[in-house]
Write a protein that binds this ligand. Sequence first.
Ligand SMILES: CC(C)(COP(=O)(O)OP(=O)(O)OC[C@H]1O[C@@H](n2cnc3c(N)ncnc32)[C@H](O)[C@@H]1OP(=O)(O)O)[C@@H](O)C(=O)NCCC(=O)NCCSC(=O)Cc1ccccc1
Length: 340
Amino acid sequence: MQLFTEAPVASVPAEAPAAGDTSGPESHFEHLLAEDSRVEPRDWMPEAYRKTLVRQISQHAHSEIIGMQPEANWITRAPSLKRKAILMAKVQDEAGHGLYLYSAAETLGTPREKMTADLIAGKARYSSIFNYPALSWADMGAIGWLVDGAAICNQVPLCRASYGPYGRAMVRICKEESFHQRQGFEILLELANGTEAQREMAQDAINRWYAPSLMMFGPPDDDSPNSKQSMAWNIKRFSNDELRSRFVGMIVEQVKVLGLTLPDDRIRYNGDTGQWEHGPLDWAEFKEVLAGRGPCNAQRLARRREAHEDGAWVREAAAAYAAKQAAATAAAQARQAEVA
Ligand SMILES: CC(C)(COP(=O)(O)OP(=O)(O)OC[C@H]1O[C@@H](n2cnc3c(N)ncnc32)[C@H](O)[C@@H]1OP(=O)(O)O)[C@@H](O)C(=O)NCCC(=O)NCCSC(=O)Cc1ccccc1
C-alpha cells in the first residue's frame, strides 16, 4: 500500500552565478530561484524572504515540540510494553524534528532563545491540530495515521524548498514521519479487527481527527495571504487546497483497508479539475483555535511554559560546563604559547 505519494528529492547545491551574471547579489538570488537551486545561509536574500522563512520554520518547529504533548499523555497508558516503547520513540522523534528546525531557523539569524520566548509568551503560532485533546488509545492511531499523514503530504514538497537548511531538514523528517504514519495506521488496523468496542473506539477517533487534520493544510487558497509569495519564492510548491485534496485522495483509499469510514459523505473525485473534493470545513472553528481559543490551547502553552521553567537548571549546567571547557582550552593554549 502506498502511504505517501511523492519521493523526497536530493538537495540541489547552490550554484555560482551564471557567466555574465555579475550584476549583484539580488540577481544571484533571482538566478538561484530561476534555476530551481538552493539558497544557502551565506547568500544574499531579500529581508521579506528571510522573514517568511523564519515565520514558517519557527512555527513548524514549535508544532513539533507542542505536538509531543497529546501523545506523551498516553505513554504511561499504552496497552503493552511494545506499544509504550514505540510511542516513546515517536515522541522523541518529534523533539528531534523540532531541534533540526530550530537549527535551520537559526541559520537565518534568529536565536532559538528568541523563538522559544515568543512561543511561551503566546506570541508565536503552532499547528492548530495540537489544540485538540487525545481522549482514547485509538487517538494514538488516528494521530499517527491522519496527523502524521497530513504532515507528510504537506512536507514532502518542502524537501524541495528553496532554502537549503530547511529542505535538507525536511528530507530526514519525512522519512521518520513516514514510519510514524505506518505505526498509527497499524494501531487502527489492530483495533478495527478487535472487539466491537475497540472498533467503535477506532471509528470515534477517526471521526474526531478527520476535520482538524484537513485544516492542518491552512485556510482555503482564496483566504491564504502568504501562499502566492511563498510559491513565487519556491518555498511552498503547492497551494493549501491542492495538498488538502491530495491528502483526501490518499486517506479515502486507506480507510477502506481499515474497514472503517471517514465522517464525510461528500468526498468525490472531480475528473474535470483532477482534484478530490470534500464536505465543508468549519473555518470559524479554525480561526477560534488560531486565536488561542481552541479546546486545549491554554493547557498546551501552560505545559510548555512549565517544561521550560523545569529545564532552567539543565541550561544553567550546560552553560557552566561550556564556560569551564572554554577556560581550560584557553589555559592550555596559553601554556603551549609559553613553551613555544
Ligand atoms: C501550510 C502552512 C501551515 C500555512 O501556509 P502559510 O503560507 O504559511 O500561511 P497561509 O497564508 O496559508 O495562512 C494564513 C495564516 O494562518 C496560519 N496557519 C495556516 N495554517 C495553520 C494551521 N494549521 N495552524 C496554525 N496556523 C496556521 C499561517 O501561519 C498564517 O498566519 P501568520 O501569517 O503566520 O500569522 C505552511 O506554513 C507550512 O507548510 N508550514 C510547514 C509545515 C508545518 O508547519 N507543519 C506543522 C505540523 S508538523 C506535524 O504535524 C508533525 C507532527 C505530527 C504528530 C505529532 C507531532 C508532530
